[in-house]
Design a binder for this molecule. Structure first.
Ligand code: C5P
Length: 405
């Protein structure tokens, strides 16, 4: 998903061996839709070529403080950016930053930056542990510079300790978090996603085939469209989208507890999880053994209906999902009414092209007032953006209608 579409990043690369890792960082940022401009120090060119970074970023690399063309607007790149990432951030460049030194194009940009700065330190562990570096990092933190890492581990110099630059994925996540935490927050949206897992004994569970993809896509879309997102998720293999707070749960009862706690403070609740309707009446303490030829009888008891309970809070807009294999619209309208929802999104899970685990979805949205919007087959990420936009429109309409005239 292009979480960072329209965002402009200035990536400062300094002279450390970890400079090679910024190639992957550029790829991740661009894949997420961000525009990337690279500014290098002279020392960085000893480790990685400007041509490599220009090719990956799709733009000329900025290197000269005194370009031959005579342009004096050497810091326009930092004025145009939304975030400056310094990766790798060497002890030398951090010291210059702390001291306000501007002796190359990158340190000039750092001194002129009125935008958030995210630094990923990378240096030998002895340099990192030196009190001078520690004091510089402390000073920079106090001035509002954000830091990611460093990690502890094996270093290129052969020593082991703190000072390894964080993985590109970790830097990307921090950057996305900084860019997506909206200045103007619409409110808090709680989303449930994935399956639940109901234990039968210490090794067996009752669960279902929900992949969590739709719920995770909704969480990513909501963060992009201005929501503070709390994602309550059953066990899935997905990474949470950037700028989303993940609350992992296992059973329906745990999901219910988390949902109730979070929804009381929220403005919108989206129930996208495939919650088990029933659970074993008890989980055996020890592994259930084969009992000859006899069949095994399980007693199942109903789980709470999470969204129905949350919809009773009249402070939240409640949005549910209906996964059906037949009579889609009819069953969905019935659920909308019985669960007292503001909106239901119904999808046909009998189709292999749009059902569980697939990349695409097709759905019918039915609103409390009877209005229906049909969403044709599209990628789950695109559908998530459509659904969150509809929720935003609905809330905007409601607040206009309730505003005093
Ligand atoms: O009743 P059914 O399971 O078909 O309803 C689906 C909708 O209700 C989904 O939004 C699902 O997340 C929610 N649900 C729930 N708690 C349950 C069962 C379903 O929140 N125990």
């Amino acid at each position: 998903m292009e979480y960072l579409k329209g965002k402009r990043i200035l990536l400062g690369v300094t002279g450390g061996i970890a400079a090679y890792k910024c190639c992957e960082l550029i790829r991740l940022l661009r894949k997420a839709g961000a525009g990337v401009r690279v500014v290098m120090t002279p020392a960085a060119e000893q480790f990685i070529t400007p041509l490599t970074l220009a090719t990956l970023s799709g733009a000329e690399v900025l290197r000269d403080l005194f370009p031959s063309g005579g342009s004096v607007d050497h810091i326009s790149s930092v004025r145009e950016a939304d975030l400056l990432i310094l990766a790798p951030a060497t002890a030398n460049t951090l010291a210059k930053m702390a001291g306000g030194i501007a002796d190359n194009l990158l340190t000039c940009c750092l001194l002129a930056a009125r935008i958030p700065v995210l630094a990923a330190p990378a240096m030998n562990c002895a340099m990192y542990e030196n009190p001078a570096t520690a004091a510089n990092i402390r000073t920079l933190r106090e001035r509002g510079v954000h830091f990611v890492g460093p990690d502890v581990g094996w270093q290129a110099c052969g020593e082991s300790g703190p000072g390894r630059m964080s993985a590109p994925e970790a830097i990307f996540r921090e950057a996305a978090d900084l860019l997506l935490r909206p200045g103007q927050i619409r409110g808090t949206m709680v989303i449930t996603a994935g399956p639940t897992e109901e234990p039968l004994d210490p090794v067996r569970t009752l669960t279902n085939r929900s992949s969590g993809r739709m719920g995770y896509a909704l969480a990513g879309a909501a963060a992009m469209l201005g929501w503070r997102v709390r994602l309550i998720s059953g066990p899935v293999t997905l990474d949470p989208p950037p700028a989303v707070d993940l609350i992992p749960v296992r059973t329906a009862a745990e999901m219910m507890d988390a949902a109730w706690r979070e929804a009381k403070e929220a403005d919108c609740f989206v129930g996208c999880a495939a919650v088990a309707d029933f659970r074993p009446d008890h989980a055996a303490r020890n592994k259930i053994k084969k009992c000859g030829e006899e069949s095994l009888k399980l007693t199942l008891v109903p789980n709470p209906d999470i969204i129905r309970t949350i919809a009773g809070l009249d402070t939240v807009l409640a949005v549910g999902f209906a996964a059906e294999t037949e009579h889609l619209a009819e069953y969905a309208r019935h659920k909308l009414a019985t669960k007292d929802l503001d909106l239901i999104v119904a999808n046909d899970v009998s189709s292999t092209e749009t059902g569980f685990g697939s990349e695409d979805n097709a759905a019918l949205m039915i609103f409390r007032d009877g209005r229906e919007v049909s969403l044709p087959r599209m990628r789950k990420e695109d559908m998530a953006l459509r659904i969150i936009s509809e929720i935003n429109d609905l809330l905007d309409r409601q607040s206009r209608e309730s505003a005093p005239v």
